[in-house]
Design a binder for this molecule. Sequence first.
Ligand SMILES: *Cc1c(COP(=O)(O)O)cnc(C)c1O
Length: 367
Amino acid sequence: MGQFADRCDPGRRAWIAEAVRVVEADANRSADTHLHVFPLPAAWGVDLYLKDESVHPTGSLKHRLARSLFLYGLANGWICEGTTIIEASSGSTAVSEAYFARLLGLPFVAVMPASTSPEKIALIEFYGGRCHLVDDPSSIYAESRRLARECGGHFMDQFTYAERATDWRGNNNIAEAIFEQMALERYPEPSWVVVGAGTGGTSATIGRYARYRRFATRVAVVDPEGSAFFDAYERGDTSGTAPGSRIEGIGRPRVEPSFLPSVIDRMIRVPDAASVAGMRWAAEVAGLGVGGSTGTNLWGAALLIAEMVERGERGSVVTLICDGADRYAHTYGSDAWLTQQGLDVAPYLAGLRAFRATGASPTAGSG
Ligand SMILES: *Cc1c(COP(=O)(O)O)cnc(C)c1O
């Protein structure tokens, strides 16, 4: 029996060091994302801000998550030279991870349902990723694990690791960035931060950060139709399942391990037609082309602001632009698609217009 069991490998450590530098350099080349002011009547005494996560190099807030997951995998020694990176994602996470895998010269495979749109597949392949299509959407996790086992690769597993891969105490996470950018506003400590939950990572980071920094800021999570999160939160358990969401990026058919209900102060159910109305309203009022989950955020923010106006409370509300409208031209941007899905956006858009005119809580058909 030897005295030492030695796994030192200077070559491996040097590769990891260089990989960390490359990932950090990507961040270092980027400026912070804008915090836009969303125009509302000044007399209300309630200000709404939109943190624009669509301007990252890969177009969504998943750029931050992909960076964190790569750094977590590198720092844990899970990702080394030549490691194939595998992810179960049909969406923005796969796009952002493909980008970082290419930066590091690593193969990337996205495991996704065969129903995934050709535009998404093209975007992942554009960044050098490979798409592995499976017929049964619920099998993507098991299939990712199997692939990783077979090729000695690393399954990133965003739905498990999103909440812990991000440094919740700071290190320029999204929460710290928001509070720093709010510093010179008339109400620098937001009454509410409104976000959706896909992995749940964003709400976990903001909720933890607010508690850690002893802010009074509350976290509201908006949840679309067909998601398991709202009912699980209301019931206080995490076992339930649901059909799944039509709003890309948020709402899940199961309660994901990264979803942390204990740091969420309120959940808000949002009809899909209200989310699409929110997208249109952002374009109409602020000239911003935003994605569906941003529309969900805006509907939730409007409900909370109406409540503040009604109570005579002053303060600020912050929400996110999660991605841009361009990814959704053939879905939420298409009247034919909306009709086919049975979504009637007009009454909700009228509700948002009436809200902005009067401060009254938006409902379908008000105004
Ligand atoms: C992932 C995602 C979200 C939700 O963020 P999580 O941190 O995963 O909860 C919202 N909108 C879009 C477009 C997303 O891709």
